[in-house]
Design a protein around this ligand. Structure first.
Ligand SMILES: C/C=C/C(=O)SCCNC(=O)CCNC(=O)[C@H](O)C(C)(C)COP(=O)(O)OP(=O)(O)OC[C@H]1O[C@@H](n2cnc3c(N)ncnc32)[C@H](O)[C@@H]1OP(=O)(O)O
Length: 282
C-alpha cells in the first residue's frame, strides 16, 4: 500500500488509500472506525484516487472497497460538512463559488457538486470499476456501489436505503429504479429494510457473491480477464451501457429526483429547522 506522494502522512492517516497490483488499482475507503462514513474530504480524496487510476497506463481496472467491517455507512452525519461548507478545494463538477451562497441554494449547489456531480463523474470513469462490498452498504454507500460497473458482495453484505425515514425521497443519485425491478425498488425505498447480498444477487443488483476474504481474489480474477481484452473496446463497452441507461431515462430521472430531494430538504428545514428529520438510525 503506498502513501500519498504529495503528503508525508502514512497510509493509516489517509481517508482513501491507493495501490496498484498487477494492473488492478485498489482504492480503499479508509475510515474503518466510522464505518467508512463519507465526509466531503473523503469524497474528494476518493476522486483524487480515481484520477490516479485513470492516469496510470498500467491500470486496467479499478476496485473500490472499504477498510474494516463495513463498505460504507453513507454520508457522514456527524461531520457537519453541509453547515460548514465553504470549500477550500476547487469544484470539480459545478462552476459556482460555493462560499458566496446561502440558504437553500447553498445546500442545493453543494450537493450537486459533491454528491450528484461526483457520482456522475465516477460512473463515467473510462476504466471498468468493481465495487467490493462487505458488511453494511447504507444509503450514500449505495451511490458508491451503484456507480461501479460490477458489484461483488461478500456473503455477509447487506444493502439498505434509510433516507425516507430521514425525510427525503432516496439518495442524491437516484438510481434505485435502474438497479432493482420497480416493485422491489418501491419496497426498498418505502420500507428501508436491509436487503441481503443473496437477494440482491437474485435480483441482478450484485454480480457475484463470495466469502469476505475472497473479495480481493475475485477482483483480481476479473481484472485478469479484462486485461486480455482491448482497452478501447472495454472503455467503449462501458460508455455504451451508460448511453443506453441515459436513453432509458437515467440522467433525467436522477435530475428530477435530485430536485425533489431538495424540495424535501427545504420542507424539513422550514418545518423542523433541520434539512433531515432525525439522526441516522440503525
Ligand atoms: C440522503 C442521505 C444519505 C445518507 O447516507 S444519510 C446516512 C445513512 N446512514 C446511516 O443511517 C447509517 C448509520 N449507522 C449504522 O447503522 C451503523 O453504525 C452501522 C450499521 C453502519 C455499523 O454498525 P456497527 O458495526 O454496530 O458499528 P457502530 O458502533 O454503530 O459504528 C461504528 C462507528 O461509526 C460511526 N458511524 C456509523 N455510521 C455513521 C455515519 N453515517 N456518519 C458518521 N459516523 C457514523 C458510529 O457513530 C461509530 O462511531 P463511534 O465508535 O465513535 O461511536
Amino acid at each position: 500500500m503506498d502513501t500519498d506522494p504529495a503528503s508525508p502522512r502514512s497510509a493509516d492517516d489517509l481517508l482513501v488509500t491507493y495501490a496498484v497490483e498487477d494492473g488492478l488499482a485498489l482504492v480503499t475507503l479508509n475510515r474503518p472506525a466510522a464505518a467508512n462514513a463519507q465526509s466531503f474530504d473523503l469524497l474528494y480524496a476518493l476522486d483524487d484516487c480515481f484520477r490516479r487510476a485513470v492516469d496510470d497506463p498500467d491500470v486496467v481496472a479499478i476496485a473500490l472497497r472499504g477498510a474494516g467491517k463495513h463498505f460504507s455507512a453513507g454520508h457522514d452525519t456527524a461531520s457537519g460538512d453541509l453547515r460548514t461548507w465553504t470549500r477550500d478545494v476547487a469544484p470539480r463538477t459545478t462552476w459556482y463559488d460555493h462560499g458566496a451562497l446561502t440558504g437553500v441554494e447553498r445546500q442545493y449547489v453543494a450537493e450537486q457538486e459533491v454528491y450528484l456531480g461526483l457520482c456522475r463523474r465516477w460512473r463515467a470513469l473510462p476504466k471498468p470499476t468493481i465495487a467490493l462490498v462487505q458488511g453494511a452498504c447504507i444509503s450514500a454507500g449505495l451511490m458508491l456501489a451503484w456507480v461501479c460497473d460490477l458489484i461483488v458482495a461478500s456473503d455477509d453484505a447487506y444493502f439498505m436505503d434509510n433516507t425516507v425515514s430521514l425525510g427525503v425521497p432516496g439518495v442524491e443519485y437516484f438510481a434505485h429504479a435502474f438497479e432493482l425491478p420497480p416493485r422491489v425498488a418501491r419496497e426498498f425505498l418505502l420500507l428501508g429494510e436491509r436487503m441481503t447480498a443473496q437477494r440482491a444477487y437474485a435480483l441482478g443488483m450484485v454480480n457475484r457473491i463470495v466469502a469476505r476474504d475472497e473479495l480481493l481474489g475475485e477482483a483480481r480474477r476479473i481484472a485478469d480477464m479484462i486485461k486480455a481484452r482491448s482497452r478501447f473496446a472495454v472503455s467503449l463497452a462501458k460508455q455504451a451501457m451508460n448511453v443506453v441507461d441515459d436513453l432509458q431515462g437515467k440522467r433525467s430521472a436522477t435530475d428530477a429526483v435530485f430536485a425533489m430531494h431538495h424540495l424535501a430538504h427545504a420542507h424539513n428545514q422550514a418545518t423542523t429547522g433541520r434539512s433531515i428529520l432525525m439522526p441516522a438510525q440503525k
